[in-house]
Structure formats: structure tokens, C-alpha cells
Design a protein around this ligand. Structure first.
Ligand code: GCV
Length: 646
């Protein structure tokens, strides 16, 4: 019997909830993975098996008029038909039906049509061949062991089901920081093992991507250079593509982190990024493969004294001039913000700017800067805000999805912890990413409610408190974290807990430049001119302190501590207040959670309570370190006289 956490959102429905299946299904139509998954789902969720004597017929059929991944669910009193545009669409239809049944939707009136907004719904794993996971907070890798691919087949299959059930259809398994061991994945020695992984995921409609090393031609091919303009290098990539596709004919493509954080790349050779991307694209093209080329490029050897460089400007400067120069099978993978997955930052100015180049919008499900799966943090709330951000006066970021944004990508938060994600409630983030990639119009509220109901049952006395905690969690975390879009006040390297000046004198380009009177970097056209990278409508919003969203004030402006916010609070008082509040909010979360004792499985209750207790410690630490830091610098006391440990 699998544990509660392991089953994630594919739980048996709770006894006595309205979701109990009121009929005995008879299964008709197409046989294959979709029918197998339907039988599996009925059994594990409802303890029922379809029977010839069933009193309600579920028919599975293909319908050519639907897009391949689309499906319909049409039910009436006599039965329900799941139609899929292909076997894959049918599989999604079955998962869609099973979740609706778990949520208690009546079959007789079911009338649903679903088509994904983007063709590529991608998870990047940052797993290393030695079994460690970069920025992983849920144990070790379940893809790799001891320098090579190594997995538990049943677990991998269960993972494939979990991902497919929310529509994820491509995964990279190895870290974008490709080390020598995982560079080997595209060699004759490495490929048979990778092909076996692809085999596990294939029936679930999930294709594999491999992260490749820019220097593969030299490291693996024995060439003297990896310069993509050298014909032998282009030939190396052609041969590599042939080799890889011989083993994995449906490989989705390659993923590249070049010229970033000490990785080699075209810029290091005096070339532009298209020179590298297009050579690999050409090699992959005959096989229908795509090269995902990451835009996370900046100077990571900056001198903090040098104010002429502003890190958030880097990706746009590197890539915008190249718009239109990339081969059609290049997807530029853009992190949602210009910094690096901070708790609050504006959207990347590349989003919406490049109209001639397909882009992948990259999120981080793994909570590197957002509590590391110890603190509660519903990423869906942040993603909703990101998608709700204007690109021009008439276009929201959400509108780009399915247009320039042809892939939704996220860094996975899973590992071999029994419950997959360390913090049980962090499963909600993986679930939400899949569904949001399928349909970016879904609200965080809907996603959180559905996840809670599928996981813990549909009883409102359980759904309401947990969904509300999740929906509040982003703001609560932000309250005790680095304020108003400053970012980065984290402990160096591991990035958990506060260190207000941890990165201040380092080479990474992340400075807030606090003095005793003011803090922040002026990124307006009077300062670093970062704002000029946006469409003028958005630029004007951010330029002006009065129209700049207040939660981003210190990202865009340098301000004195006594600057008055719209609430009438000074900037500094706002910082004190939010930091005190954040801790109280976490205490409230714990109290709310304690009301669930006895109402949800004990294992889940205790595991989450334990994480919340650790979160409280972290929140206290943040509150006291940040408040103390600002008090020492400014000498301005808290108006409410609370303890600042000065
Ligand atoms: C995989 C940040 C993280 C790195 C990560 C990098 C990236 O800098 O701290 O661990 O490397 O982003 O996205 O490539």
C-alpha cells in the first residue's frame, strides 16, 4: 500500500464524500494506454473495476476533428464518451474525467472540451548524475545514481502518471549545469540508459529532452574547439543528433545553458548566441528536434564598485538584437524575471519584445528563494501575477502564451522523498504548473481548491482552510522576506534564511546599496536605464514612483527610508510592520493547521505541522535580522516600539 503523500493528487476518494461513484462503469471503445489508465484510476480512486454488467457505459474513441492533444467529455443518462484527437488526447481525456469524478461532478451533464494553450509543457529537472539535485529540496534524484542513470521502475512510472495527469508532455532529466558525467548521456555509452527512461515516459505522452554541454565537441568529440562556426563542430552536432535519434526517435530536443555562470558559450568565443543555437538547431532539424536555448546570461564576475553594469539588463541586451535571427526550431527559454526567481521582481523585458522568436517562459517550482519547501509558498499565486502583468496597454503577459510563448517551462521540485516534494503542500505547485501550462487562464484560487480537494477530499471544512492558507502563503512569505522587490537578502550559496548584505560585495551583480538614509537602485531612465527595455507604456508605469506598483518600488527606485507610501506609512515603517506581521501570520497558519488534526490523515497532518514549525523559526529569523539591519543603518525606531534586538 502506497503512503498518502506518495499518491499525491491521485488519491482514493474519501468515504462518504459526495464524490463517491454512483454507478458501475462498463468500458467500451478503444483499448490502449487510455483504457488502461482509466481502469487503474477507477480502481485506485474508487475501488471499482469496469464490468460487462456495468450500468453506465464509458466509451473511449478518437475524433479526428479535435487537435491531437485535445479531448471532449460528453455525458448523458445512457453513458459518457471520451473523445481524443489522438491516443494522447484520449489519455488526457481519461485523466480529466477521473479528476472530475473525484471532485464529484455528475457524469450525466458533463460537457467539456479541452485543448491545451501551448504544445510544449515542460519540466526541467536539475538532477546530477551523482544523484544530487541542484536546488533540490525533496531528497535525491530518482533518475540518477552513482554517476549514471539509475531508477526504480515503478516509481518512475508513477511519476510519469502524475505528470501526464496534469498535462506535462516534455521533461529534461539532467541539470542544465552539465557536468562531465551527464555530458555522457549523448554518447553511445550513455544513450541506451537514457532510452530506457524515454521508454517509461513514452506511453504517458511525455518526451525526453537532454541538457547538453556547449563544449561537447571538445569534451566528447575530441575536437580542439567547440566553436560552432568551425565545420567540424557543426559535423559533431549533426552526428550527435543522428546518434541520439537512433536511440530515442521521439526525443523532444536539447537544452543549453551557455555563457552563464562560468559555462562556456558563443559569447566567450566572441560570437552571438544565434551562432551557437542555429548550428545545433540545424543538426536537430531533420529529426524534428528543438533546441531550448536559455537566456539566463549575465556577468557573474562583476565588481560591486562598478555602477555601470546593471545585471537585470543583461538578457535583453544579449538577445533582443538577435530577434528574427534564430532558426525556427530554436526556443529561447526566458526566466520570468530579469533577476533570478526572486520572491518579487518585474517580468523580463524580453517577454513581448521578441516577436520573431519562439520563447519558453521559465518558472521555478523548486523553491530556491521562496522557502525551499520548508516554508509554505504557493507558486501559482506568483505565476498568476506574472501572467496578469501588462506588456503593453492592450496586451497582458498571459496573451503571449500560445503566441510567441510556445513553451511553458518550469524547474521541478521533486525528488525521491516519499511524498515527492518534501513539503506535502508543495505538491500543489507541481500540480498547478501542469494545469496552468495547459490553460494559463486558470486562477490560482481554482488551482489551489482543486488540488486540495483531489488530495484531501471535497469536504469544505478541509478545502477552505487549506486553500486559503495556500493562497495567502506567497504574501506571508514576502512579508518577512526582502522587501519591495529588493531581492537577494539571502544567505549566500544555499539561499535559505536572511543575510541582508550577503551578496552586497560579491561578484554576482545583486546590490541594494543601502546607506543610513536610502536604499535601492535607480533603474529608471535617470539611473541605469533598465526601464527603457520595456514597451513605453510599461516603462512609464515603472518610471514614476507614483504609478510603479508599490511592491516593486525598491526594484525600480532608490528611496529614502522616510519616503511616504500610499498607506501613509514611511518605507521603513512598512518594512518593520510587514516583518512583524509575517511572523504572526505564520503563527496563525499553525493554529489553522491544528484545527485539521483528526480530519486529515495523521501522516499528512504531522508532516505539515513539522514544516510550519520550521517556517516559524525562519520567519522569526528574517524578521529580526531585517528589522535589526534597517534600524542599525537608519537609527529610526519602530513607531510601535516593538522589540528590534538592537
Ligand atoms: C542551475 C540560479 C541558481 C543556480 C541555477 C541557475 C540557472 O543561479 O542559483 O543553481 O543553476 O540559476 O538557472 O541556471
Amino acid at each position: 500500500m502506497k503512503s498518502f503523500g506518495y499518491r499525491a493528487w491521485l488519491q482514493p476518494v474519501a468515504e462518504g464524500t459526495k464524490a463517491q461513484l454512483g454507478f458501475l462503469p462498463k468500458l467500451a471503445g478503444l483499448k490502449g494506454i487510455a483504457s488502461e489508465e482509466f481502469v487503474h484510476g477507477l480502481d485506485t480512486r474508487f475501488g471499482k473495476k469496469p464490468s460487462e454488467d456495468g450500468d453506465y457505459t464509458i466509451t473511449l474513441e478518437l475524433a479526428e476533428k479535435l487537435p491531437p492533444e485535445g479531448y471532449t467529455l460528453r455525458g448523458d443518462l445512457s453513458g459518457l464518451t471520451v473523445s481524443g484527437g489522438s491516443e494522447k488526447g484520449l489519455l488526457y481525456g481519461v485523466y480529466g474525467l477521473l479528476s472530475r469524478l473525484s471532485l464529484g461532478e455528475p457524469v450525466e451533464t458533463m460537457n467539456v472540451k479541452e485543448v491545451p494553450a501551448v504544445a510544449r509543457r515542460v519540466l526541467n529537472h536539475w538532477d546530477n548524475a551523482d544523484g544530487s539535485i541542484e536546488r533540490g529540496y525533496a531528497g535525491r534524484s530518482f533518475f540518477f545514481k552513482n554517476g549514471r542513470i539509475g531508477y526504480d521502475l515503478e516509481r518512475l512510472k508513477d511519476y510519469a502518471r502524475l505528470l501526464a495527469s496534469v498535462g506535462i508532455n516534455e521533461i529534461s532529466v539532467n541539470n542544465v549545469n552539465v557536468y562531465p558525467d551527464s555530458a555522457q548521456l549523448i554518447t553511445e555509452e550513455g544513450l541506451p540508459d537514457l532510452a530506457k527512461v524515454a521508454e517509461v515516459f513514452r506511453p504517458f505522452g511525455i518526451r525526453i529532452i537532454v541538457a547538453v554541454h556547449f563544449d561537447s565537441p571538445a569534451i566528447l568529440g575530441g575536437l580542439e574547439t567547440s566553436d560552432p562556426t568551425v565545420p567540424a563542430v557543426a559535423k559533431y552536432w549533426e552526428d550527435a543528433a543522428k546518434r541520439v535519434y537512433k536511440h530515442i526517435p521521439d526525443l523532444a530536443g536539447f537544452l543549453m545553458k551557455a555563457d552563464s555562470e562560468f559555462r562556456s558559450g558563443p559569447a566567450a568565443l566572441g560570437l552571438t548566441q544565434d551562432a551557437g543555437a542555429n548550428v545545433i538547431a540545424k543538426a536537430l532539424e531533420p529529426f524534428g528536434g528543438t533546441i531550448y536555448w536559455r537566456c539566463f546570461i549575465y556577468n557573474c564576475k562583476q565588481d560591486w564598485r562598478d555602477k555601470t553594469i546593471d545585471r537585470p539588463k543583461a538578457a535583453y541586451n544579449e538577445f533582443f538584437p538577435l530577434d528574427g535571427k534564430f532558426a525556427p526550431n530554436v526556443i529561447l527559454q526566458v526566466k520570468h524575471g530579469p533577476s533570478d526567481f526572486q520572491v518579487r521582481e518585474p517580468n523580463s523585458p524580453l517577454l513581448g519584445a521578441m516577436t520573431q522568436t519562439p520563447q519558453g517562459l521559465e518558472f521555478q517550482i523548486s523553491q530556491e528563494y521562496t522557502g525551499q519547501q520548508i516554508d509554505l509558498y504557493a507558486t501559482a499565486v506568483q505565476w498568476e501575477e506574472i501572467l496578469d502583468t501588462p506588456v503593453t496597454e492592450s496586451c497582458m503577459t498571459r496573451d503571449l502564451v500560445g503566441r510567441e510563448v510556445t513553451a511553458m517551462v518550469a524547474v521541478s521540485n521533486t525528488g525521491n522523498d516519499d511524498n515527492w516534494t518534501g513539503h506535502l503542500l508543495a505538491q500543489a505547485n507541481l500540480y498547478a504548473f501542469g494545469r496552468l501550462a495547459w490553460n494559463p487562464a486558470l486562477s490560482a484560487e481554482q488551482l489551489m481548491r482543486d488540488w486540495v480537494a483531489l488530495t484531501f477530499g471535497t469536504d469544505p471544512a478541509i478545502v477552505e482552510p487549506i486553500a486559503n492558507m495556500l493562497l495567502e502563503s506567497r504574501w506571508v512569505y514576502e512579508k518577512y522576506n526582502s522587501p519591495l522587490g529588493l531581492g537577494w537578502m539571502v544567505n549566500i550559496s544555499h539561499h535559505y534564511g536572511p543575510s541582508p548584505e550577503g551578496y552586497e560585495y560579491m561578484k554576482w551583480g545583486t546590490y541594494h546599496r543601502a546607506t543610513h538614509t536610502a536604499i535601492g537602485v535607480d533603474r529608471t531612465t535617470h539611473g541605469t536605464e533598465y526601464t527603457a527595455q520595456y514597451h513605453h507604456y510599461v516603462r512609464d508605469l515603472y518610471e514614476n514612483k507614483k504609478t510603479c506598483p508599490e511592491k516593486l518600488l525598491l526594484f525600480f527606485h532608490r528611496l529614502p527610508y522616510n519616503y511616504k507610501l500610499k498607506s501613509g506609512q514611511t518605507l521603513l515603517q512598512y518594512i518593520y510592520d510587514t516583518h512583524f506581521e509575517g511572523v504572526e501570520d505564520v503563527k496563525r497558519f499553525i493554529a489553522t493547521w491544528e484545527t485539521l488534526n483528526g480530519k486529515i490523515p495523521q501522516e499528512a497532518y504531522e508532516a505539515v505541522r513539522d514544516r510550519l514549525t520550521r517556517q516559524l523559526e525562519n520567519a522569526r529569523e528574517w524578521r529580526d535580522v531585517i528589522n535589526n539591519y534597517f534600524y542599525r543603518l537608519s537609527g529610526i525606531a519602530d513607531e510601535k516600539g516593538r522589540k528590534i534586538y538592537a
